[in-house]
Design a protein around this ligand. Structure first.
Ligand SMILES: [Cu+2]
Length: 182
């Protein structure tokens, strides 16, 4: 029993101490909706999504794009075969242009998309020339549809297109106000 509990702990309850843990919940059900965070930010002096590649993202998981900085960005689900052009259809999404207005007080915007299927998801930022500068990311890329191939299409694109208005996800803005204690 203890070995079984330890295995369950390792696989599904990594924050628990293994010893004497009794697993009473269904681990598949309780961990069905994983949260994956991608920052829309500046990295190495360039606009970027961090991380820019995620694998093993399952249907029902949530992609959360955090606009962590004062430089405006957006996240657009891209057409895999046309760089910096939006995907059209029921699984499209667009956050609108967002930024953290004040790094101490916020608000910090977050855009959540619930993954519908196992198809690769390519995203780009439609602000300025960020897309052509490589601000793109791949979720569940395949051997046929890679991040490198998508990036090449984007760096060669003549323009980056913003959809008409935010759609396909949920935008939240949280206050960051920090009070000094000393
Ligand atoms: Cu950007």
């Amino acid at each position: 029993m203890q070995l079984k509990a330890a295995i369950f702990s390792t696989l599904f309850l990594s924050s628990y101490v293994a010893a004497d843990v009794t697993v009473t919940t269904n681990p598949v059900t309780s961990y069905r909706h994983k949260l994956h965070i991608i920052q829309a930010t500046i990295a190495n002096h360039k606009p970027a999504f961090v991380p820019n590649s995620l694998t093993n993202v399952d249907p029902g998981d949530i992609l959360r794009f955090v606009f962590n900085g004062t430089v405006p960005h957006s996240v657009v689900r891209g057409d895999p075969s046309n760089g910096c052009q939006p995907l059209v259809g029921s699984t499209a999404f667009y956050s609108g242009t967002q930024s953290t207005k004040d790094m101490v007080n916020g608000p910090m915007p977050m855009f959540d998309f619930v993954v519908k299927d196992r198809n690769p998801i390519f995203v780009y930022c439609s602000v300025g020339k960020h897309c052509q500068e490589g601000m793109v990311a791949a979720i569940n890329p395949t051997n046929d549809q890679t991040l490198d191939a998508y990036t090449s299409k984007c760096t060669g694109a003549s323009s980056a297109v913003s959809p008409k208005g935010p759609n396909g996800g949920f935008l939240n803005k949280i206050t960051l106000k920090v009070t000094k204690t000393s």
